[in-house]
Design a protein. Structure first.
Length: 432
């Protein structure tokens, strides 16, 4: 498609959207949860709106992980290498410095027509030209090793910028989906030596007003690994307002972006309170309500019935969608759920702060609810805890053990794009 036809003239600025994860397609396992789902929907909507956007992400060799089961049905994490023959190879390699040593970053491309998304630049260090340690940088999403995790962020931010330059992209705006890509701002500062010149080119989305969701590391460790490029610590502290030895990626991103947004009105209120000492005079984190691509997630048959106000067709289609979900329940758990029974679903990345156990917080009330034969309910949980998060894995397995004793609750594994869609379309109540 000619460039003149590819982009809507409303979107003149060339934008690069940096994210550690993107949920684009079931076959492309480079995501773990909501951050990736949002990024994936942004890429789909950018394609539909013909926006001048390029996604920049990391090609995780093993993805997040594959969620399997042990004999007692509890979860087991497996790490299986992925192969993506549908990516294009432009024969471009760039170099980033990590711990004072050069690491080669190979660039691969996802064509926009393949999954109807914005075009994407994918980065990998898992190539034969690198040593073993360098190859591991892009093997697993959110590696539990701190130094590897920091190296991943250098690859995303600095490697991503260099890849765009090598591909001839003239990017005007860099959008950081969370603070992981903030090394790109330090590279821009090396080039312009002016904070305002950096801020003109960077925007930032913050997601979680929780300590656990805002990454911070020792500033001397970051310097040793090359997180700040060739900048000295005095300069880094000055341009990011960092006084302590703990360096916050979120604070740096807020300081070095011209616009920062939260993902809802309430989140913006909380975030502005949380970061009031960081934001400049008159500056505010603006709300842009989180959204998902409707065409991707909405069932067309159900939408048509709703538009036509066809009550019978709505009920018929909904029962069909519930049966599709219950086929998965039966396949995974051996339980047969009833499409005529109210079905509640809790499904997302499985973390304690997301309160997966909320329904059974008042356990006696919970038992009354699931045991009520006059007003029956069915409950389904699904999600992938971080494999080294013992608390989250423990809650997940506790729910599985509970499901052995209560016939109308089920816990599903393999929460990825495909299962997420089946759950969304088959639920009566999506517990948020």
């Amino acid at each position: 498609m000619p460039e003149s036809e590819r982009f809507n003239p409303l979107y003149q600025q060339e934008v690069a959207y940096f994210s550690m994860e993107f949920a684009i397609h079931q076959a492309f396992k480079i995501y773990s949860g909501g951050l990736g789902f949002l990024a994936g929907s942004h890429m789909r909507s950018a394609y539909e709106l013909k926006q001048n956007v390029t996604g920049v992400g990391i090609l995780w060799s093993y993805g997040y992980y594959d969620q399997l089961r042990n004999e007692d049905r509890t979860m087991r994490a497996a790490h299986i290498r992925k192969h993506y023959y549908f990516l294009d190879d432009p024969h471009v390699t760039v170099t980033v410095m990590i711990s004072g040593k050069p690491v080669l970053v190979k660039v691969l491309l996802l064509r926009s027509e393949l999954f109807q998304s914005a075009p994407m630049v994918m980065l990998t260090t898992d190539i034969a030209e690198n040593d073993h340690l360098s190859r591991t940088i892009t093997q697993q999403l959110y590696d539990s090793n701190t130094e590897t995790r920091i190296a991943q962020e250098i690859v995303l931010g600095v490697g991503g910028l260099k890849a765009l330059e090598a591909l001839g992209k003239e990017v005007e705006i860099c959008h950081m989906n969370e603070g992981h890509a903030v090394p790109l701002a330090f590279r821009l500062y090396e080039k312009y030596r002016d904070v305002e010149e950096v801020r003109k080119r960077v925007v930032f989305t913050t997601h979680t007003p929780e300590t656990a969701g805002n990454e911070a590391h020792n500033i001397y460790l970051l310097q040793k690994l090359g997180f700040f490029g060739e900048l000295d610590l005095e300069t880094v502290r000055e341009i990011t307002g960092t006084g302590s030895d703990m360096f916050s990626l979120t604070v740096a991103a807020l300081k070095l972006s011209k616009i920062s947004n939260a993902v809802s009105k309430i989140h913006a209120e909380v975030a502005n309170g949380m970061w009031r000492d960081v934001l400049g005079t008159g500056e505010k984190i603006i709300p842009i309500t989180n959204a998902q691509n409707k065409r991707y997630w909405q069932d067309r048959g159900l939408k048509r019935a709703l538009v036509e106000n066809a009550d019978y067709e709505i009920v018929f289609r909904k029962k069909h969608l519930k049966r599709m979900l219950f086929n998965v329940v039966a396949d995974q758990t051996g339980k047969m759920f009833d499409p005529d029974v109210l079905t509640i679903v809790w499904a997302r990345r499985f973390a304690e702060y997301k309160r997966p156990g909320l329904l059974k917080y008042d356990y006696e009330r919970f038992l009354k609810m699931v045991g009520n034969k006059d007003m029956p309910v069915q409950i389904i949980w699904a999600g992938k805890p971080y494999p080294t998060d013992g608390t989250a894995v423990g809650i997940f397995n506790e729910l599985i053990h509970l499901s052995h004793d209560i016939e109308n609750i089920a816990v599903l594994t393999g929460y990825e794009l495909e299962l997420s869609g089946i759950l969304k379309r088959g639920s009566d109540i999506w517990l948020n």
